[in-house]
Design a protein around this ligand. Structure first.
Ligand code: SAM
Length: 329
């Protein structure tokens, strides 16, 4: 059973002051009043809501019923026709994560519900050839498999430990019968544009980013200084990965770029740079997606080139930036 008491994942973790100061300067200027709410949420892990994505391969009818009894509701109403089911609650109800049990698939995966937006934007259809370029620990790969059965789902992850974690996630949630669909690799995503040019219909680039939630609690101040140095290097890596992703799709193919930071330099500015240097790339509208989730997520109205979910009081989802690009030729 799920406890409806609030728990504090990471509540005892220490806030890294240089990181908070950096956020105050940059996000205060970028988001204005919206930063006040986002700051409150980010600083109080006790307030964080959790999404519960059901695993359609484990037939979790009992879990579904229990969630409904506890006051959870499905983020994607049945009328949406999606087989992806993610349950959310207005309060930060604690749901335990499931342990691995040999021979049994896990019934649900816990996530920040805004992480489903990149997957929904990618709109994978039966038979699509899909590349998840930066895949570990595998949450979005699982969400793709909940939505449809692609012809191929290639999950790639550079970091060796995170690659192992990815393999474990896939083993715990995906049945053996899908083994011919899944491919897992351990490569630098920047290589795919060369080694697999034009091989995919759709690519998800859920990019390495400065991950505002975890860096805020990165501990001692010296970690903050290291973080700020690393953060400055990220936009170049993100642009290289995005160029590689765009080369890996066929003409007419789609790439979704996402991050879990509010940083303009890692979000809109990355996309803007690609659009201004690649004339064959077209930005795709995401207005409909934003409209259908407006009652769950708070979007920043001033973010260009994509959608930005900003954590808000009682809607603690995000940060999440999503942008969708089409390769014309
Ligand atoms: N998509 C994942 C999910 O939903 O569970 C989260 C991905 S996380 C935001 C970004 C990942 O990119 C990290 O696991 C990181 O190790 C990996 N990464 C960093 N640099 C990379 C590169 N050059 N090529 C491929 N993966 C990389």
């Amino acid at each position: 059973t799920f406890r409806s008491t609030v728990r504090a994942p990471g509540a005892r973790k220490q806030v890294c002051v240089p990181v908070l100061e950096h956020f105050d300067t940059h996000y205060g200027e970028q988001l204005g009043q919206r930063w006040t709410a986002a700051r409150e949420v980010l600083l109080h892990p006790r307030s964080w809501q959790h999404g519960v994505m059901l695993n359609r391969f484990a037939a979790p009818q009992d879990v579904r019923e229990q969630l409904l009894l506890q006051g959870f509701s499905n983020l994607l109403p049945r009328s949406s026709g999606s087989s992806l089911q993610c349950f959310v609650h207005r309060s930060p109800v604690h749901v335990p994560s499931q342990r691995h049990q040999a021979g049994q698939l896990k019934q649900y995966y816990l996530l920040n519900a805004a992480s489903l937006l990149p997957v929904l934007a990618l709109d994978v259809r039966e038979g699509d050839r899909v590349l998840d370029l930066c895949s570990a620990p595998g949450g979005k790969a699982l969400a793709i498999l909940q939505s449809a059965t692609p012809g191929v789902l290639h999950c790639n992850e550079l970091d060796a430990h995170r690659h192992e974690w990815l393999v474990k996630t896939l083993e715990s949630f995906v049945p053996q019968t899908l083994s011919d669909v899944l491919k897992v690799s351990n490569l630098d995503g920047r290589l795919f544009g060369k080694i697999e040019a034009g091989a995919y219909d759709k690519v998800l680039l859920d990019a390495p980013c400065s991950n505002d939630r975890s860096w805020l609690f990165s501990g001692r101040p010296q970690h903050g200084a290291l973080w700020l140095r690393e953060r400055a290097k990220l936009p170049e890596l993100q642009k290289d990965l995005l160029r590689s992703a765009l080369e890996a799709v066929v003409p007419g193919g789609l790439v979704v770029y996402s991050t879990c930071t509010l940083s303009r330099a890692e979000n809109s500015e990355v996309v803007q740079d690609i659009l201004s240097s690649c004339p064959n790339i077209e930005l795709q509208e995401l207005n409909e997606l934003a409209l259908s989730f407006a009652h769950h997520f708070t979007f920043d109205p001033n973010t260009p080139f994509g959608l930005l979910v900003v954590p808000d009081y009682g809607r603690t989802w995000g940060p999440m930036f999503v942008s969708k690009l089409k390769k014309l030729c």
